[in-house]
Design a protein. Sequence first.
Length: 441
Amino acid sequence: MSIVAQQQLFSWKNIEKLGDLERLNLVLEYIPDEEIIGILEKERKNGRDKYPVEPMWNTILAGVIYQHISIESLRRELRRNGELRELCGLEGAAGIDAVPTSSAYSRFLTNLMSHEEEINNMFDNLVNKITELLPDFGEMLAIDGKAISSLANGKKKDKTKLKDRRSDVDADWGKKEYKGKNKDETNYKKVVSWFGYKLHLVVDANYELPVEYKVTKASAAEQPVAHEILDDLNEKHPEIIKRCTILTGDKGYDTINLNTELYDEYGIKPVIDIRNLWKDGEETHLLPGKENIVYNYKGDVFCVCPASGVQRTMAYGGFEKERGTLKYMCPAKSYGITCAGCKKCPVKKSIRVDINIDRRVFTPIARSSYTWKRMYKKRTSVERVNSRIDVSFGFEKHYIRGQVKMQVRCGLALCIMLTMAYGRIKEDQKHLMRSLVKAAS
């Protein structure tokens, strides 16, 4: 099956066109929630069972799917919509009296927030299920950190006010800088700040589905969290690590350590954008051991003609895995260029560049190659997943307070995203890739 066809299978535009009850029914049928429901029921024991655990859990899932920003908003919809109450399993004969009270939801959510581990297990379970069904799931990954702004107040200096429910004492301030050039070649710099949290997300770049995540305070740097996520992914989903050949990310992940860990420990080729960290103001550096070969911070390699001093871009000849070197060939011989210093040039036909000269600049997929540029475009897959988290799962405006609650809420949203994809695979609707609205025949 082609990559294009695989992406059509998970067309979120089509998923969102499904009727509201159809989407919820898809999730309720395929989400592996037996563990968490069993634990919640066991904890209730002989307590009052006016509002059973499973129907209440189902309404929480409905609240996430339908982007309710508060429990009161969800309760109003349940009181209005009899079909929704019935699908969630609320007692039909009781009518609107079957809708749990605000206090009942408060107790249920307080208990649910103590089960972060079970939510994580459910997410991992879904990743494993999809990994088993899709032989190429995880072959190419993308990583990014997403800002989640909070509408809450920050920490109060007056400790007597720390219990104010409008405050979020776990959140803090994050900042991200964007640098580049305008069309007129002038430089620009944009700084974005937010108060809240950061969702660190790894997704399959072809299917646009999450495979690992972590919620931190907004100020957490992306590079160290990336190492943690890779270790977690290797421990929980070693099959994905074995399948993965490429991981792509933006400049926030540009470090020697991450590039080295990815390739040396996991055999994953990093396709990560690079920052200019050269402080000497030079545009090029001399390649060690070479008389007339220079390179820039973007990994472009040039030869300098010994006769005329003309600098030319060398032709990329591929990566030699056994040697750990990138091969570059003489531009005169590769492109048929007339070079006055050919006879004096020490390059002869080609040179090899050891990637250990600088693991940021030189990577197994050369930054100057068309392959690198094509693979880097896949990074936008994680941006699209982030967009769906905001738009389709209600994170643009929320009233979540506390890091544990945010971790659980993000986990639920990502579980629902995976469940929708898993449900379509199980329903064997590959012949309906362009329309996920119709039922399987």
